[in-house]
Design a protein around this ligand. Structure first.
Ligand code: FAD
Length: 629
């Protein structure tokens, strides 16, 4: 059977911030580049990003610089981050934001006309470049505009807008193809017609985002089914840090139909406070030892910080997300929650109504439309929601290259940069910094290739057979039921607070679900058939869920986005251990420990001894003392 076939130098899978920035770079380096995305072009998670992009530009507080940002990022990730990624990110984020502005982005301004920067949890200084609470939309608009500008150049030079960069929207990739150990292409289907499409390409950049749809309560939308994570695994690459999932502290809890939808951290950054059903501003009770000297211990000091940051410590509502999410969880469990099982987030008593509407227009609109709550006059009810996965494809920090030659990854699908917990705002900047690097890495890889890898027909046939299988079992298992069971299992047994028995039970259920996925059937034809699409996505969701639960069971400590009820507290001997997930054949996931290289001397000496002693082992501290002498 003939399959539609295209030949490119670089295929970028995903059209969010990471994918677009990677594609722009690959095209700028002269590579014929395809952008493939399963949703409509322009509809990616990046569009939903509200708060902003973190970059130490020092526009609002001139004390900010890359070293402060690097320290905040490492602290937020509880020192488990790939420090080289954190370094590159902190150093390059300002240039990437300025570059966006040069391409037409219109950021909010300070009074003296610079790009304005707002406060966010875990960032020592105001650092998030933003456009109201619609920053992601502006980022995507600008990157798309840049793609169009490049296409116009190509039209002038080659008479064809799509000569060097072409978008394939509503096209889902289901398999990566290999020639020996190297990438040779990608196989997918058009969502609308169900017909298949083959990309011949020596380099593939994964930029597919996260895995949130494996959980019931999530801020993520339908595309987040862990496709890139699974595609990488099935192609022989490793995933790291899969046990670390960020439960954003503030998702909507009511009404049920909107449960999980994000309430941006900007609400707290702009003065919003959290209270329990007794009216107590409870976060003061939950400042952990490692952050004690950095956060206000009284409401008065916390409030003063909004107008005088030099002489006061920040309020504990702005602790890193994992801390706030756990605190909310504990308050609700202790019976001090709101009627619908969350806590109260109040900005109405903190800012004038007009100011709220100006600074948080989307939040105002979201609550009014979806919950009939006017946030200028009453508090919101909020609770934790599965938001972001820190884990992903293990990549080389400088090039985004995975262990499989020709495979690159950037953005949320890659792992390492954020360690055990991501700071708000560090994703948008991550997309730009590492999207650019992955695009450049892929281009350099293609330049250095002695010969173009070839697509093997057997692999295309196998991918086609695999994709058609659910349609041939039209009376098989219902994909929606299997999906729901997976979501419920992950939420209840591998969620925000974990313990060994529950994780073991989760793995038993996932194992059974894996078998059921093999029996899932979809009625109807290949033409726009969401049941069939879900049946195909389920393979990916069960694979990544197995990684999450297995790694979570293995890590016997609590750190960042991984909290073990039966192993509370961080254990220094676990800090440098990465848990690496892989699979031989898509069957079972193997998880192995791998030691993370020690931080470079010039970077580790950016930290105080006292702070490091809270995270490092005694041996590591001895080494630090030797270096610091
Ligand atoms: P995405 O932007 O999600 O793009 C993924 C792309 O991959 C999509 O185009 C999708 O169609 C495509 N895709 C997926 N699977 C396939 C497949 N199999 N075949 C083809 N295409 C595929 N971060 C911040 O730094 N600041 C914020 O203020 C902020 N606010 C947020 C608000 C919300 C509501 C959410 C959900 C997240 C927020 N984040 C924020 C996180 C941040 O938005 C995401 O981590 C980031 O946008 C991910 O970008 P990405 O490029 O990796 O993926």
């Amino acid at each position: 059977m003939n399959i539609e076939r295209h030949e490119y130098d670089v295929v970028v899978i995903g059209a969010g911030g990471a994918g677009l920035r990677a594609a722009i770079e690959a095209r700028q380096q002269g590579k014929r580049t395809a952008i493939v995305c399963k949703s409509l072009f322009g509809k990616a998670h990046t569009v939903m990003a509200e708060g902003g992009a973190a970059a130490a530009m020092g526009n609002v507080n001139s004390d900010d610089n890359w070293m402060v940002h690097f320290r905040d990022t490492m602290r937020g990730g509880k020192f488990l981050n790939n420090w080289r990624m954190a370094e590159l990110h902190a150093k390059e984020a300002p240039d990437r934001v300025w570059e966006l502005e040069a391409w037409g982005a219109l950021f909010d301004r300070t009074k003296d006309g610079k790009i304005s920067q707002r406060n966010f949890g875990g960032h020592e200084y105001p650092r998030l470049a933003h456009v109201g609470d619609r920053t992601g939309l502006e980022m995507i608009r600008t990157l798309q505009q840049r793609v169009v500008a490049l296409q116009q150049e190509d039209h002038e030079q080659h008479g064809d807008y799509e000569a060097y960069i072409k978008v394939f929207q509503e096209c889902t990739v289901t398999r990566l193809l290999k020639d020996g150990d190297r990438i040779s292409g990608a196989f997918g289907y058009w969502r609308e017609t169900g017909s298949f499409v083959l990309f011949d390409a020596p380099a593939v950049v994964l930029a597919t985002g996260g895995i949130g749809k494996s959980y019931v309560v999530t801020s993520n939308s339908w595309e987040y089914t862990g496709d890139g994570h699974a595609l990488a695994l099935l192609a022989g690459a490793n995933l790291i840090n899969m046990e670390f999932i960020q439960f954003h502290p503030t998702g909507m809890v009511w009404p049920p139909s909107v449960r999980g939808i994000l309430v941006t951290e900007s609400v707290r950054g702009d003065g919003g406070v959290l209270r329990n059903s007794e009216g107590e501003r409870f976060m003061f009770k939950y400042i952990p030892e490692v952050f004690k000297d950095k956060y206000a211990t009284t409401e008065e000091e916390g409030d003063r910080w909004y107008t005088d940051q030099a002489n006061n410590r920040r309020p504990p509502e702005l602790l890193p997300r994992d801390e706030v999410a756990r605190a909310i969880n504990a308050e609700v469990k202790a019976g001090r929650g709101s009627p619908q099982g969350g806590v109260y987030l109040d900005v109405s008593t903190r800012l004038p109504a007009e100011e709220i509407k100006r600074r948080l227009p989307s939040m105002h609109h979201q609550f009014k439309e979806l919950a009939d709550v006017d946030i200028t006059a009453e508090p919101m009810q909020v609770g934790p929601t599965c938001h972001y996965i820190m884990g992903g494809v293990e990549v080389d920090a400088d090039t985004g290259g995975a262990s499989v030659p020709g495979l690159f990854a950037a953005g949320e699908v890659s792992g390492g940069m954020h360690g055990s917990n991501r700071l708000g705002g560090n994703s948008l900047s991550d997309l730009l910094v590492f999207g650019r690097r992955a695009g450049a890495g892929a281009a350099a890889y293609v330049d250095a290739l002695p010969a173009r890898p070839k697509v093997a027909q057997e692999q295309v046939d196998a991918a086609r057979t695999e994709a058609l299988a659910p349609l041939e079992r039209s009376s098989g298992e219902n994909p929606y039921e299997v999906h729901h069971e997976l979501q419920r299992t992950m939420n209840e047994l591998a969620g925000i607070i974990r313990k060994a028995e529950e994780l073991t039970e989760a793995l038993e259920v996932v194992e059974k679900l894996k078998e059921r996925v093999q029996l899932v059937g979809a009625g109807g034809s290949r033409i726009y058939n969401p049941g069939w699409h879900l049946a195909l996505d389920l393979r990916n969701m069960v694979l990544v869920s197995e990684c999450v639960a297995k790694a979570a069971l293995m890590r016997e400590e609590s750190r960042g986005g991984h909290t073990r009820d039966d192993h509370p507290g961080m254990r220094p001997e676990w800090r440098r251990k990465l848990l690496v997930c892989s699979t031989e054949d898509g069957g079972s996931i193997t998880v192995e420990e791998q030691e993370q290289p020690a931080m470079r001397d010039d970077l580790i000496t950016l930290f105080d001894r006292d702070e490091l002693s809270k995270y490092l082992t005694d041996d590591e501290m001895d080494e630090f003392d030797r270096i610091a002498k």
